[in-house]
Structure formats: C-alpha cells, structure tokens
Design a protein around this ligand. Sequence first.
Ligand code: FES
Ligand code: FE
Length: 439
Amino acid sequence: MSQFIDDDREMPRFRVNRKAMVDPDVFAKERDEIFDQVWLYLGHETELKKPNDFKTRNVAGRPMIFGRDAKGAIQVWLNSCPHRGAMICREPAGNARFMTCFYHGWSFSSSGQLVAVPGDTSYGPEFERPGLATPARVDSYAGFVFISFNPDVEPLVDYLAGATDFIDLIADQSEQGMQIVDGTHEYSVKANWKLLVENSVDGYHAVSTHQRYFEMVMASGVELDGAKMGQSVALDLGNGHTVIAGGPDTGGIFGRPLSEAGTAEKKARFDAFRDKYGDAWVDRMSGSRNMVIFPNLVIIDLVMGVVVRKIDPVSPDYMEVTAWELVPPEEGAELKRQRLDNFLTFWGPGGLASPDDVEALETCQRSFASHRELPWSDVSRGMAGEQHPSGSEELQMRTWWRRWNEFMTGEVLPPEEHLAPAAMYTAPRPSLPAQQPTA
Ligand code: FES
Ligand code: FE
C-alpha cells in the first residue's frame, strides 16, 4: 500500500488517501512529476479562425499564447517577455500581426521573432535578439492541440493510446470538422482539481446529485428509459485515460442532436453517417461518452452536445475550470440553438448540472479538514464480480488514480482484469483515413 493508494485485490478494495487532496507538498510534486512531464491540453485549432488570431490562457500555471502566424500556422508561446519577463499579451483574445511588450516596448511578430527594440543602438553589435520562447513540444490530434514541457515526452498519438478511438467518435460527427463555438464558461471551484476529474466520469452520482434535473426532464414529458440509461460501460483506455461509454443511442434519450429519434434532419445526417462509416461505428457514435484524458482534459459527449473541459489546479483546495462547446458546423439553426441552450442551462456555471457538482465537491473539500481522523475515501465500486464494470461503477477513477500514483510514487499497480465489454462498445473505426494531426 502506498501512502496514497490502498489497492487490495484480495478484499477487493481500493481507497485513496485524502492527504492527496489537501497537502501542499503533494500539489507541488504533481506540478513536477505530472504536469511537467506529460502532454497537456492547450486548446482547439478552430478557436483560431484567421491568420494572426490569438488566445491567451494558462497551462500548468504558465501563461501561454495560443495563436496563428501570418501564414495561418499554429504557434504556441510562453507569455513571458525574453527581456525582463513582463507578460507580452494581457488580452484574452484578439488578432495582431505584432505584439509589443508594454514594459519597455520590445515588439514581436506573430511568428515569434523579435522585430523591434526601442533604442537598440545602445546594445552591442553581437546582441542576440531573442524570439518568444516555446514549450518543448506542440502537437495536435483531430484539432485538439496539446503541449508538453518535457522534450522527451512520447509522441502524442502514443500518449493518447485508446483515447484516440473516442476522439475519433466525436471528430467523425462532422464532414466539415467539429468546431469550437465562440465563448467559454470560466468558473472556479474551492476544491482539489482531482475531485472534478473524478466527478467528470462518475456515473454513480448522477441520480442523487442531479435529482432535480431528472425530475425536470420527466415533468417535461420525456420518458427516461432506465434500461437504456443503465447500458453503459467503463473502459480503461491506457496511460490513465478512461471513459464511460453509453450503448447505441443512449445519447438519444434526451432527444439529443446525434440521435436517429426525431427530426428529418437528424435522420438524414444518420443515413449519411451509415453510408460512410457502416452500422457498427455509427452505433458507437450514437452512444454517449464521458472521457478523461490524463491528467486534466475532459471531453463529454452527452445530453445535447460535446463539452470540452480543461481543469487547472491553482492550489490544493482551489481549481479553475474552462469549458467550450464543440459543434458540427453544418447542422441547422434549431439544433445549434438547442446545443447552445443546453451548454448554458445544463453545463454552465449557473446551469442545472454544474452547481450541483460544485456543491458536492466543495463539501468534500471542506470535510477533508478531518483527513487525519478519516484518511481514506473508498473507490471500490465494481471491483467484485466477473462482469465488465458498468458506467455507474468506479473503474474509471481507479484507472486514473493508478496512473497518478505511478507518477507520484513510481509504484506500478497492474490494471484490473474484467470480462471484455460487448463488441458494440469497441467496434473499430472502418478503414477510412485516420484523423490527422493538423497543427
Ligand atoms: Fe518586455 Fe522589457 S520586459 S520589453
Ligand atoms: Fe454531475
């Protein structure tokens, strides 16, 4: 048993020590041993529509600039002036061929070169003109741009392992390429960041935490099919990535856009998908999915749309969250309206789901003040029995925690053995061109 994880296969029992959620030394070590080592989500290429567009955001505590140069190529910079450190860009977003540091006025092009230094005759002839600094690695998969501060990190596609399959299931939902809608949700939670990671793939909490939501849905006349809703599996995707995957058309329960149930437009899109991809892959597409890409990227394709959520640790008991909506641009206005409405009213910081979750996580964090008296949280659900764990069990969290523990302690805990899930959850993508890196 490590100081953090009690993974006892005989019992069977899996417990997480709450010290992991409160200890500043653990927090500092996570920065060094996890966030400085792995691939981290920066943003989606479609957030930058034109040459010289840029966004600023933090990754692993570092202010970053995510932009396109004058030719439209993706560029990623550390938002720190190589002169004496002022942040070169203090705007959240914009379009600029040049950025001028407000401290002493050094100017940089959108491809990162230093192009003007006020009073530069007072520097010697050998003065090296430093450009903007980049993270060690930048790569993308199907439009999702990742960076790493570790020059020796494995290739992104290897790192993503089985998660590529589930990114493909989302990317394939548009002929034109899925696009991020302008605008974000930004909110903070007074809780450790790992609690939201757990919550994002926690099917167990839905009915009790979100009771009001289900009551509201039923009051609106929608018949919730309990058998279909329970039809989901938890999968270990490798490298700490994990997913709850719904069976065919589980996504359609709420009348969501990606469902054959409903309007002619939805049916027409499905017919086209079936012609292109075949039934097995399209049946998977029509299911729901809640995925965590280790350590802190969440992609949820559930209810009325696809939410991309980046979780940023700020201190042991505080996190910041940014969320975006990913849509197929070719969809009609009414489906777009429904997706955006749901993004706001369900997933938004004042919506039907997120405040319930935030309340749950913040009470966990407050209670962790007694972590010495009550040190262990139980995450064992679904360890017993021969069947494949369902989405309401806790294999997802154990998968993620084992990877976390490996980075933090060096201790390798083998994956759990379960029966393979039914083929409908794992049918391979037909042999079409793979999703390409596009950065
Ligand atoms: Fe940027 Fe001096 S710190 S120009
Ligand atoms: Fe929830």
